[in-house]
Design a protein around this ligand. Structure first.
Ligand SMILES: Nc1ncnc2c1ncn2[C@@H]1O[C@H](COP(=O)(O)OP(=O)(O)OP(=O)(O)O)[C@@H](O)[C@H]1O
Ligand SMILES: [Mg+2]
Length: 341
């Protein structure tokens, strides 16, 4: 595992590829019809326009950043955040691998990756010690984005792992042996704190916790944080919570801003200034096997994930993020950067 570049490169043109099956013809769009008629060209063009800074790249990390997207609470936006942040980082010019560690396989579905039972998957890596390189597939829509899919086999892995040697560090070993250069690895965890999530916490240095802006948002987080402390103490001294992302934020409600305030006073600097708005486009995209970045690149949901990715990339190299100059395109929705609301 290594990172091949620490220079800021311009966003590259994604490779045109066949992905017609996932572009729904009758899909309604927030953005006007694009000029380029290949879907990927369309996506890239609109994303670049939306960012308003074609040719400007983001700094790449010196070493691969392995980020564990975890929260044992279900439905808070772990998978949505994993796939959309990963696509955003790739559109910003990075090389990104998504590891789907949830037997539901939602991240694989959202990235349009085949994950029926016979497909080589992360189960084979964890339980059969198969090299990660043999299961990784390129994501057809986005250049620089890859996925290690999960199949239904993974449902049995929690139990099968128990009797295996080094059961907590099997993913870590697989990642360490992976030779391809990568800037980011994002691991999508299941909504539990079992051996699969422990494998993720041992494999990564950074934990990214998506928090849904709803009542009880912080409930149960103490248990996750204790697990992070335990894994840091015994298995992975580098592990820390680096990033908190507020998801499904509805700037019109008092509840959302109250939850945001509470999370900020609790976690402080770890909370990204950018929050993700509740967006129909975000929730529609997976049923087309797409991220919101290719499904509707100019939508508020796509822009907020692009901006969150920018913030993560800048923080990673120690650059202070300036929320006043957030690239929120035509939407300029202040609720996405509720630090300045
Ligand atoms: N910003 C958003 N706006 C609207 N809907 C969203 C948003 N983020 C996530 N959703 C929807 O909320 C649901 C839960 O999201 P997601 O699957 O990402 O959560 P999760 O934490 O991965 O769930 P699980 O714990 O089951 O793995 C999905 O239907 C998703 O489409
Ligand atoms: Mg999920």
């Amino acid at each position: 595992m290594r990172s091949d570049a620490n220079i800021a490169g311009p966003m590259t043109d994604p490779v045109p590829g066949p992905r017609t099956e996932s572009m729904g013809g009758g899909v309604s769009r927030e953005t006007p019809p694009p000029m380029d008629d290949t879907p990927i060209g369309r996506a890239a063009q609109l994303a670049v326009e939306a960012l308003g800074r074609a040719g400007e790249g983001l700094p790449r990390p010196e070493q691969t950043r392995v980020m564990v997207v975890a929260n044992q609470k279900g439905g808070v936006g772990k998978t949505t955040t994993t796939v959309n942040l990963a696509a955003s980082l790739a559109l910003h010019g990075g090389r990104v691998l998504v590891v789907d560690l949830d037997p539901q396989g939602n991240a694989s579905t959202a990235l349009g990756i085949d994950h029926h039972a016979e497909v080589p998957s992360i189960y084979d890596v964890l339980v059969e010690s198969r090299p990660l390189s043999e299961v990784v597939q390129p994501v057809p829509d986005v250049e620089g984005l890859f996925c290690a899919p999960a199949t239904i086999d993974l449902a049995g892995a929690e139990i099968e792992l128990v009797s295996l040697v080094a059961r907590e560090s099997r993913l870590q070993r697989a990642i360490q042996s992976y030779e391809q250069p990568l800037d980011y690895i994002l691991i999508d965890c299941p909504p539990s704190l079992g051996l699969l999530t422990v494998n993720a916490l041992v494999a990564g240095a950074e934990v990214l916790i998506p928090i849904q802006c709803e009542y009880y948002a912080l409930e149960g987080l103490g248990q996750l944080l204790r697990n992070v402390d335990l894994v840091r103490g015994h298995l992975n001294p580098d592990l820390h919570v680096s990033t908190i992302l507020l998801t499904m934020y509805d700037g019109r409600t008092r509840l959302a801003s109250q939850v945001a305030d509470e999370v900020r006073s609790h976690f402080g600097e770890e909370v990204l200034r950018t929050s993700i708005p509740r967006s129909v486009r975000i929730s529609e995209a997976p049923s087309y096997g797409q991220t919101v970045l290719t499904y509707d690149p100019g939508s508020s949901g796509a822009l907020s994930y692009l901006e969150a990715a920018r913030e993560i990339a800048l923080r990673g190299v120690g650059v202070t993020y300036d929320a006043q100059h957030a690239h929120l395109g035509a939407h300029n929705d202040q609720s996405m950067v509720e630090g300045i609301q």
